[in-house]
Design a protein around this ligand. Structure first.
Ligand SMILES: Cc1cc2nc3c(=O)[nH]c(=O)nc-3n(C[C@H](O)[C@H](O)[C@H](O)COP(=O)(O)OP(=O)(O)OC[C@H]3O[C@@H](n4cnc5c(N)ncnc54)[C@H](O)[C@@H]3O)c2cc1C
Length: 626
């Protein structure tokens, strides 16, 4: 059976309550002096207090670490950043862990540090499921981001690109964990170090000093912590550590206020960018993102393919984003779970294969029998199901409006962009409207989130092979006697959402290569029929109390490989500062939060929320390379 699930660390606890790894025979931290040791070895060893204190407003600082363990080093760096870093700066901490701690072990570890309790609580709220790959956690009010890779350190560093300002070489000692401290580690540390990046480790082993030196670090011994005689510190390609710097001109314009545009704007605004959002219509999210209800769901493939990895990663981030990061009021987001019904023989076989081939954590996906599914849903269902406990439903236009309320975002409605031009200064001139009301706006960074609309793109951009897919959802207004007490989202051929008041939303029709957004009765009837196939138990009630049907049609945008386009629209200098985010297909609620993060990381040069090999598969230029 294949991944993506990782095994939790197998722990014992010493008499005085220190966690010990049974696999490595080493302690995670000393019970008496864990925080003091971190402070001495990693914070002082990297001269962080002085560097954070001298950081100018708006600074960005990236720390990379081997061996996340209990998160102690992360929590200590976070606490120090809050204490003496610039209030409007951003600390990006990235780390790797091969054997993640189980949640209950994490709680027990964290109990040892009451001074870090509030940071630790926030970390646990976003702590990822044990799934191989990159996990993004954002502590928006704190100016702190964590990018945690679960898996092997060499796999991680061979498949990501960032430049750290400080490296914490932690993890179990080289004697206990020779696999991690291999010769191949040092060139990878160096290739992920900015000039003036510092390094610190508790170990004074000769091969570590030599390995770092050979790859460009000026290395020295320093007195070790406690009973340890020595430790190692160093600076990359410089005598002195670098100083955090602020990115110049953190300003951007985003065109489009749907899920793509709102998420990009929010990801940038929460990193201190000033963002102007231009929307052609007189309201936010007027097109595909304007449905009354939508499901957060994915349909993972049997193979742990690139496509499934991107969707799984996006789904896990989206769940965290809606529950913990975006601060959504309850009526907008309901994390009620999603049941993917085995609604026909083909899907039943597919789901069977899926569970035979894969090991996923129960908190992400698990099989439900017909009876379990019916009990959970609260209505009798016709089939077994794949259960996604982290899924749920949202109200997409309210979600967009909520994100766009961020004080760093200005939304300009009634602002149809008609053309874009390169300026002599290397920026972009945006032409808005026509005739007497025509306006112009200049910017250095421009992000297009206009779904299928490529009309305003500059001549140098080769058009993406975007495909419009018409879809209609239907709202049923139902008498209370016929209203099902559905507890969870049901998906099959289509979907059915739990009711809001006396309304049930169901959908959606799917007509490729059709950009017609007229509501049709035929589509309403098709949706009703689909609903009855998902829940035949409703047939009687709905025929006794016929509901009124109201449709809403709009157009999805998709690419031939059913992956989004996220990144520079025109590669190379000629297209500098012009990015696109589109082709969310039928999964905008899962994909758009990750897309927002990826764009922000591309613009800031911070670690990406997915591996490079996955980033390659969403770059817009993947079609021009074929
Ligand atoms: C019927 C239906 C049901 C769906 N159900 C779900 C679901 O349950 N779960 C899910 O995850 N996804 C669902 N989707 C998909 C999801 O809605 C889309 O993936 C998502 O809304 C796409 O967001 P977007 O911002 O890229 O596009 P849009 O929401 O279409 O936004 C594009 C924006 O750009 C603006 N714009 C375009 N051109 C210009 C211009 N020249 N100047 C200024 N502004 C411009 C438009 O006015 C629009 O606001 C569904 C889609 C449909 C159609």
């Amino acid at each position: 059976m294949k991944g993506p699930q990782l095994d939790y660390a197998d722990l014992s606890w010493s008499d005085n309550g220190a966690p010990i790894s049974n696999a490595y025979g080493d302690i995670y931290f000393s019970k008496e002096s864990g925080p003091e040791e971190t402070d001495y070895v990693f914070l002082t060893g990297n001269r962080l207090r002085e560097r954070f204190s001298n950081a100018p407003p708006g600074s960005l600082f990236t720390i990379a670490e081997t061996g996340f363990g209990s998160g102690l080093n992360f929590l200590m760096a976070w606490a120090l950043w809050r204490e003496c870093g610039p209030a409007d700066g951003h600390l990006h901490f990235t780390s790797v862990e091969f054997c993640p701690l189980a949640r209950e072990d994490l709680v027990r570890c964290h109990q040892a540090w009451p001074q870090l309790a509030e940071f630790a609580r926030q970390l646990r709220a976003q702590y990822p499921a044990p799934m191989q790959g990159v996990h993004r956690c954002r502590f928006v009010d704190q100016g702190v981001t964590l990018t945690l890779y679960l898996g092997d350190v060499v796999d991680w560093l061979s498949d990501c690109s960032f430049k750290a300002d400080a490296w914490f070489l932690d993890g179990f000692s080289p004697k206990q964990n020779p696999e991690m401290w291999s010769e191949s580690l040092f060139p990878l540390i160096a290739s992920h170090a900015a000039q003036g990046c510092t390094v610190a480790t508790f170990s004074a082993a000769g091969f570590i000093r030599r390995g770092l030196k050979e790859h460009g670090f000026n290395v020295s011994k320093a007195p070790g912590f406690g009973y340890k005689r020595d430790m190692t510190v160093g600076v990359f390609q410089a005598e002195e550590p670098n100083q955090p710097a602020a990115l110049p001109h953190k300003e951007a314009v985003v065109i489009g206020s749907g899920l793509s545009g709102a998420n990009v704007a929010y990801a940038l605004a929460t990193r201190g960018w000033k963002v102007t959002v231009l929307e052609a219509a007189d309201r936010i999210a007027p097109e595909a993102s304007g449905n009354p209800q939508g499901a957060l769901y994915i349909k993972p493939g049997v193979e742990w393919s690139i496509n499934t990895r991107i969707h799984a990663n996006a789904f896990l981030y989206a769940e965290r984003f809606y529950s913990e990061i975006a601060n959504l009021p309850t009526p907008i987001w309901n994390p009620c779970g999603v049941l993917q019904l085995a609604h026909n023989d083909k899907e039943a076989v597919r789901q069977q294969k899926f569970f035979q081939h894969n090991r996923y954590p129960d908190e992400v996906i698990r099989p439900f029998t017909h009876q379990e599914a019916s009990e959970l849903a609260g209505v009798s269902l016709p089939a077994s199901a794949m259960y996604l406990p982290g899924g749920g439903w949202l109200i997409p236009p309210q979600l967009c409006a909520h994100m766009l309320q961020h004080p760093n975002i200005e939304v300009r409605l009634n602002s149809p962009v008609t053309a874009l031009e390169r300026t002599d200064e290397g920026g972009w001139l945006i032409h808005i409207g026509s005739g007497e009301s025509a306006q112009e706006l200049e910017c250095a960074i421009l992000i297009l989130a206009t779904a299928n609309n490529q009309a305003m793109q500059p001549a140098a951009a080769s058009a993406l092979p975007l495909k419009p897919i018409r879809g209609q959802v239907t709202t049923l207004q139902v008498e209370s006697a016929a209203l099902p007490q559905l507890n969870t989202v049901l998906c099959g051929e289509g979907y059915l959402m739990p009711p809001i008041a006396d309304r049930l939303v169901t959908g959606a029709t799917f007509k490729p290569n059709c950009a017609d957004a007229q509501v049709t009765e035929a589509d309403n009837n098709a949706n009703l029929e689909q609903l009855l196939q998902l829940t035949p138990a409703l047939r009687d009630e709905l025929s006794k109390h016929p509901p009124t049907l109201q449709g809403r049609a709009s157009v999805r945008s998709a690419l031939p490989d059913y992956l989004p386009a996220i990144g520079p629209l025109i590669p190379g200098q000629g297209g500098k500062g012009l990015l696109i985010v589109t082709a969310m297909g039928s999964k905008g609620l899962a994909l758009a939060p990750l897309a927002g993060e990826l764009v922000a990381d591309m613009l800031e040069g911070t670690p990406a929320p997915i591996e490079d090999s996955l980033v390659q598969r969403v770059l817009p230029n993947r079609f021009s390379q074929e």
